[in-house]
Design a protein around this ligand. Structure first.
Ligand SMILES: [Fe+2]
Ligand SMILES: [Fe+2]
Length: 503
């Protein structure tokens, strides 16, 4: 609407199915189109964008279609030594403990009171974490601060409040302005772009997310209607000490995501290559677990005209085929399967596991919800499909689809998987907000964006699991290059990580 476009009801589904509508807005600006955004206008804007992409491609190289570039082959296996695994995974008992899974535990009725209690609970949980930090002074309630605003206008004696962020935006002069709300009231806050503190500079540049829970320290303006912010407080996180599986339980966990089986772009030959690796490669004898972080199948009716891009048009057949394919894995591999936004479960997160009637053709698979917090041989894993990465990309200037790990770091720093209500991530308002990261995981894994990444951040192993789907027409149109067919493995004893490509 800010771009002068009023979306018609008929294009709602199409817009919601897009990872980002930025390209539509850009195309409308370029074409000078304003007013009712109906199907006809949307089609013409998308065609225009496609032409722009083609023009850009022609400028760089005179080839009509931009050729997808294969991701870099990663062969850093030298540190992933077989000697680190004294036992064959087959001889190590599977120890899976689930700490959180919404399956069978959803209690919300989706009422206004549920939404209120979800937010109240989020504030309570994250507030408690922020209080563990060395704050400059004891936080007070917002209404108490407002009551005392005449005395709280001295920059030398700041006060602190903790609450939810609302309406965060950048002013024309580059300052960050937002509101902080707790159960007692709301204050408008300003973080100056002239602030010399590096952390504040980073926040001014990145922005904040709607419904983030933060603490702010500062003082009131002379007029008492604005709080000048000196410091922003996220929950503290020093270097996390990872739990390890004992030497006698040294096995690997492997991670993939987004197979999109049933779609014509599922990379079946590469899948068979991986199955062959599992059955023949000595290192595969260390892999006790395979975690699939959602979108195992492409689903049916997920976006307009999806049927044209499916080679298995029936949902039951898609799940049945996936179950059969997983049975080709060696018998020592235990699969954990989460749902994603393409799966046949409610889209609102937390999502429950697949229905038992879809689980019939699986013999080696444990079905869990999304997100799921579990331990594998004592190592704590948090697996989340990652739909909220889209909201993080559109909220924080430091995060792009090419760098999903930046979104994962933002989640860890905020201790929340999907902070913003009313964005692209459908959320189920459970009275207890279970998307708060209550326990810092040893391995944090996401998917959904079809990239690949692994690194250790503040002691947490971050894994952005690779997809098994080739570039889709839609991604081609956006100029997005996925990084498919890379298996990530983590040694649960040493936490060594390796990426094994099958492209
Ligand atoms: Fe996906
Ligand atoms: Fe997804």
């Amino acid at each position: 609407m800010a771009a002068g476009l009023i979306p018609a009801r008929s294009v709602k589904e199409t817009l919601l199915s897009m990872p980002s509508i930025d390209h539509v807005i850009q195309a409308s600006k370029a074409a000078g189109s304003k007013g009712m955004l109906d199907e006809e206008m949307l089609d013409s804007l998308l065609v225009e964008k496609q032409e722009q992409v083609a023009v850009v491609a022609r400028t760089i190289a005179p080839i009509s279609e931009p050729e997808p570039v294969a991701p870099a082959r990663i062969h850093n296996l030298d540190h992933y030594r077989l000697e680190d695994f004294p036992m064959h995974a087959r001889d190590v008992d599977a120890e899976i403990t689930v700490h959180f899974d919404i399956t069978g535990n959803s209690v919300t009725e989706g009422k206004k009171e549920d939404i209120q209690s979800c937010f109240k609970d989020r504030l309570k949980q994250i507030r408690r974490l922020i209080l563990d930090k060395n704050l400059p002074n004891r936080p007070i309630a917002v209404n108490e601060a407002v009551r005392q605003r005449k005395q709280l206008d001295n920059r030398d004696s700041p006060f602190t409040v903790i609450g939810l962020v609302n309406n965060s935006r950048t002013t024309k002069n580059g300052h960050l302005i937002f509101s902080i709300e707790d159960a007692t009231g709301e204050i408008t806050c300003l973080l100056s772009q002239r602030d010399e503190d590096d952390i504040n500079q980073e926040i001014v540049h990145a922005g904040l997310m709607e419904d983030d829970v933060i603490g702010v320290s500062g003082y009131f303006s002379q007029t008492g209607d604005l709080m000048y912010v000196d410091d922003i407080h996220f929950p503290p996180l020093g270097k996390h000490q990872r739990r390890v599986a004992g030497e006698d339980r040294a096995v690997s966990a492997a991670f993939i995501s987004d197979l999109h089986l049933g779609s014509k772009t599922f990379l079946e030959p590469q899948w068979h290559k991986m199955i062959q690796w599992f059955n023949e490669e000595p290192r595969a004898k260390t892999v006790r677990y395979l975690v699939i972080s959602g979108d195992g199948v492409d689903g049916v009716g997920i976006y307009p005209n999806q049927d044209k891009e499916l080679n298995i048009p029936d949902l039951f057949n898609q799940y049945s085929r996936l179950g059969t394919m997983l049975q080709d894995l060696p018998d020592w591999v235990e699969v954990l399967l989460l749902p994603g936004n393409h799966d046949a479960v409610r889209p609102a997160e937390p999502q429950p596991a697949l229905d038992p009637e879809l689980q019939t053709d699986y013999t080696n698979t444990m079905f869990v919800g999304n997100p799921c917090d579990f331990s594998l041989n004592g190592v704590r894993v948090l697996s989340y499909h990652g739909v909220s990465i889209m909201d993080i990309v559109s909220s924080l200037r430091t995060v792009t689809f090419e760098r999903p790990e930046a979104a994962m770091k933002a989640m860890i720093d905020r201790r929340h998987l999907a902070p913003s209500w009313g964005g692209k991530t459908p959320l189920s308002p459970e009275p207890e907000d279970r998307l708060v990261i209550q326990e810092i995981p040893d391995i944090f894994v996401t998917g959904h964006v079809h990239g690949h990444h692994m690194e250790t951040y503040k002691g947490v192993n971050l894994v952005h699991s690779s997809t098994w789907q080739d570039q889709t027409n839609y991604q081609r149109m956006l100029g997005f290059q996925p990084k498919p067919c890379i298996l990530t493995v983590v040694n649960l004893h040493t936490h060594a990580m390796a990426a094994i490509p099958f492209v």
